[in-house]
Design a protein around this ligand. Structure first.
Ligand code: CP
Length: 312
């Protein structure tokens, strides 16, 4: 069983831990229940908008038997200037055991889990997405979806296409996919690609790339992260779709067994033709379903790391 004090990144997850989490998620999907002998209190603190991740963590907590406390950033004392650290110390003092946090600041969690802060902060932190940094739960639900489909990662050709620079999903996925033995490829606008990704995979033109891929991961164009970007000012949804979007002609050239994934929310008719979102090769809704079970496994890992709920 995986056991962690915090679950903030995939950077330090080895293949053994990943496979243990995927297997545990499959057990939860098959109906496995946890018996908690003591109450565990969780708070979901989403300082950025979310539909899937927030509701999925709520569902995972409910299925595990945790007690969820409501927290609304818009009505909290963060709006009076209280820092995230002081907000978490408050949650800790109130008796919260686990805080699931989404925040716009890259690496917001580092200062919270460093030794000095951790001496005072007893609760476990689960990262539900930090800026353009990491999105460990989305990454692991993507791994579960791929594993269910192919039963392995080694040698699979996986394309990550779109607004890669701004995508925390892309960062987590390129790190973990390469560690698991998959071959990663990139495509999309060159202005939203950085050579720092070259060490994880190769950039190819989208029409050269797609017919070779086993897995096609489309990314949302993240307009909210493009402030001051001239490419945002010049952005045309129709032009993006024509140059990089998954349309009928490109879909027809995919391998027979290829699957299409997207973290959501989708900009229909931008990165993905609307009529193809529910196509046979789409795994979009399976990804969302798998999210609940992988988040159960992640929460359990932190509960074990902290001996919460009577778990060891
Ligand atoms: N994939 C994802 O993070 O979606 P939400 O922003 O809706 O949580």
């Amino acid at each position: 069983m995986v056991s962690l004090k915090h679950f903030v990144s995939v950077e330090n997850l080895g293949e053994t831990e990943v496979m243990a989490l995927l297997k545990r998620a499959q057990e939860f999907k098959a109906g496995k229940q946890l018996e908690l002998s003591q109450p565990v209190y969780a708070v979901n603190m989403f300082f950025e908008n979310s539909t899937r991740t927030h509701t999925s963590f709520e569902m995972a907590e409910s299925k595990l038997g945790l007690k969820e406390l409501a927290f609304n950033p818009a009505q909290s004392s963060v709006n009076k200037g209280e820092s995230l650290y002081d907000t978490l110390l408050t949650m800790d003092a109130l008796g919260v055991d686990l805080a699931v946090i989404r925040h716009s600041k890259d690496n917001y969690y580092q200062e919270l889990i460093n030794l000095k802060a951790d001496q005072h902060l007893n609760l476990g932190i689960i990262n539900a997405g930090d800026g353009s940094g990491q999105h460990p739960s989305q990454c692991l639900l993507d791994m579960l979806t791929i594993y269910e489909e192919f039963g392995h990662f080694a040698g699979l050709k996986v394309a990550i296409i779109g607004d890669i620079t701004n995508s925390r999903v892309a960062k987590s996925n390129m790190q973990l996919l390469t560690r698991l033995g998959a071959e990663v490829y990139f495509s999309g606008p060159k202005y939203w690609y950085s050579h720092e990704f070259d060490s994880y995979g190769q950039y190819l033109d989208v029409d050269e790339l797609l017919p070779q891929m086993d897995v096609v991961m489309l990314l949302r164009v993240q307009h909210e992260r493009h402030a001051g970007d001239q490419n945002e000012a010049d952005f045309s949804a129709a032009a993006y779709h024509e140059k990089y979007g998954l349309n009928q002609a490109r879909y027809a050239k995919l391998k027979p067994q290829a699957i299409i994934m997207h973290p959501g929310p989708i900009n229909r008719d931008v990165e993905w033709a609307s009529e193809l979102v529910e196509a046979d090769k789409s795994r979009f809704y399976q990804q969302i379903q798998n999210g609940v079970f992988i988040r159960m496994a992640m929460i359990e890992a932190v509960m074990r790391g902290r001996k919460l709920g009577g778990l060891n």
